[in-house]
Write a protein that binds this ligand. Structure first.
Ligand code: HAX
Length: 438
């Protein structure tokens, strides 16, 4: 057994024992109360699941196994000459709770290269779709079609016992993560570049190879952008819609392919991951309507007000949990400050928006978080490096998100978490509950 798998087995066995003992002793203790506004209001803030790989603080933002994004940018291994962390390192950290060495991360890059394997029928299924099918729809269909590779599903059909779920989960997770960049790049090239495909490079790290297969930029900074992008979008604790969907579907013992594809359906919603396409689309529309990319503060403010007055949200702003600028936004801003500086009007507009949107949202008096989220910045940077087809942006997010949700899925099966099944009530039940004066 390889080092990563062995570490995962040892650590998850130990935690499973520890959790069982803790629950035996403390299982009846209350940690939370649920109000009617939470039941009606999208279950905000209800503590209702265990998620090991990351935790989200409203003011500080995300921490992956206790490490903030600035810490990870310093501490995770990089390639020689690279300026940004390798997402392989983040995956290792999320799976076994240890910052890996450069050698361990190199091994993981090679292991994913070795495991990359997409069934022929996946390409045939994709080729049967019209190239203008939304890239997220293609991505979901592709992942579902790859399910024929699932080891979990095969072994379950052969009678696998509970004690072996972790093993099959680990194998599927590694194979699926290994294969996603190739299938995702295939979708991009068929949708936007006449199906002229670019073969994967050999001996290249996972994120840079994805960038290579997209074929939009040879600039070394683009490889670094891909590494940073794939790292910061990977996980955002368990309650967000895509992570929660994967968790829920996985709890039925659906395999990682079906679980991830379901989660990608959540990510494809405009209030969640699709916001990254909506942001740049909205900026393009603003620029088109004003006929220039050099916008005054007044023009932008008027456009923000007009958007809100027409009953729409300002994409890239607000969050269900965060109450400060998203550190994933800040990390992208610092990347752009270092590498793009003043060279992009679109990046400048994003920075203008960062000054102008929050006070306007604050004045509405109802928006709980007026600050930018992860999706406010990514599009302008991608446009600068030549990836202009914004309909594709959520696929990039999805490839990264797989790292977090699938490593947690390994933990969920290793720890023996049960089928997720919360309780719903009817409105009649609520009124009767209130009538009883409880
Ligand atoms: N622009 C205008 N109005 C906004 C707003 C925004 N960016 N954000 C919130 N509001 C409004 C809500 O629509 C709501 O209005 P109503 O009461 O009239 O329905 C009110 O303010 C209260 O909402 P909230 O409690 O502050 O926010 P929620 O927790 O309900 O929703 C959202 C959080 C992220 C969905 C919300 O802020 C939003 O729609 N933002 C824009 C879309 C977006 O950027 N989504 C990406 C979020 C991050 C993510 O998941 N990335 O993948």
């Amino acid at each position: 057994m390889n080092e990563l798998k062995l570490k995962f087995k040892e650590k998850s066995d130990a935690l499973k024992q520890e959790m069982r003992a803790l629950l035996k002793e403390n299982g009846t203790r209350k940690v939370d109360e649920v109000s009617l506004s939470q039941i009606f209001g999208g279950m905000r803030g209800i503590k209702a699941m265990i998620w090991e790989t990351s935790a989200l603080d409203p003011f500080e933002g995300i921490r992956f196994r206790g490490y903030s994004i600035p810490q990870l940018r310093e501490m995770l291994p990089r390639v020689d000459g690279g300026k940004e962390p390798l997402p392989e390192g983040l995956f290792w950290l999320m799976l076994v709770d240890e910052i890996p060495t450069t050698e361990q991360v190199r091994w993981l890059s090679q292991e994913w290269e070795r495991r990359r394997n997409i069934p022929d029928h996946t390409f045939k299924v994709l080729d049967s779709l019209s190239p203008d099918t939304h890239p997220m729809t293609q991505f979901i269909i592709a992942i579902n079609s790859m399910q024929s590779n699932s080891i979990f599903s095969l072994r379950y059909a052969e009678g696998m016992g509970k004690q072996d779920y972790w093993d099959a989960m680990y194998e599927d997770t590694m194979n699926l993560v290994a294969s996603l960049p190739l299938v995702a790049a295939y979708i991009y090239r068929r949708s936007f570049h006449n199906n002229e495909q670019i073969a994967p490079a050999e001996n290249m790290d996972w994120a840079a190879n994805y960038g290579h297969m997209l074929g939009v930029s040879d600039h070394p900074d683009f490889s670094d952008l891909m590494r940073l992008y794939m790292t910061i979008h990977a996980d955002h604790e368990g309650g967000n819609a895509s992570a929660h969907t994967v968790h829920l579907v996985g709890s039925t013992l659906s395999d990682p392919y079906l679980s991830l594809a379901a989660g990608m359906g959540s990510l494809a919603g405009p209030l969640h991951g699709l916001a990254n396409q909506e942001v740049i689309k909205w900026i393009y529309e603003m620029v088109d309507s004003l006929g220039t990319t050099k916008l005054t503060d007044e023009q932008i403010s008027d456009y923000i007000h007009a958007t809100i007055e027409s009953g729409k949200v300002i994409p890239g702003y607000g969050h269900a949990v965060l109450r400060q600028p998203d550190p994933r936004f800040t990390a992208q801003k610092s990347f752009a400050e270092e590498n793009i500086k003043d060279a992009s009007d679109y990046v400048n507009i994003v920075w203008q928006l960062f000054r102008l949107v929050p006070p306007i949202l604050q004045d509405l008096g109802k928006v709980k978080n007026p600050w930018p989220n992860v999706d406010a910045h990514s599009g302008a940077i991608l446009v600068y490096y030549g990836l202009k087809e914004y309909g594709y942006y959520t696929v990039l997010f999805g490839v990264s998100r797989a790292l977090g949700v699938l490593s947690q899925l390994c933990w969920s099966r290793a720890l023996g978490f049960p089928l997720e099944r919360p309780k719903s009530v009817t409105y009649k039940w609520v009124k009767e509950f209130l009538d009883k004066g409880e």
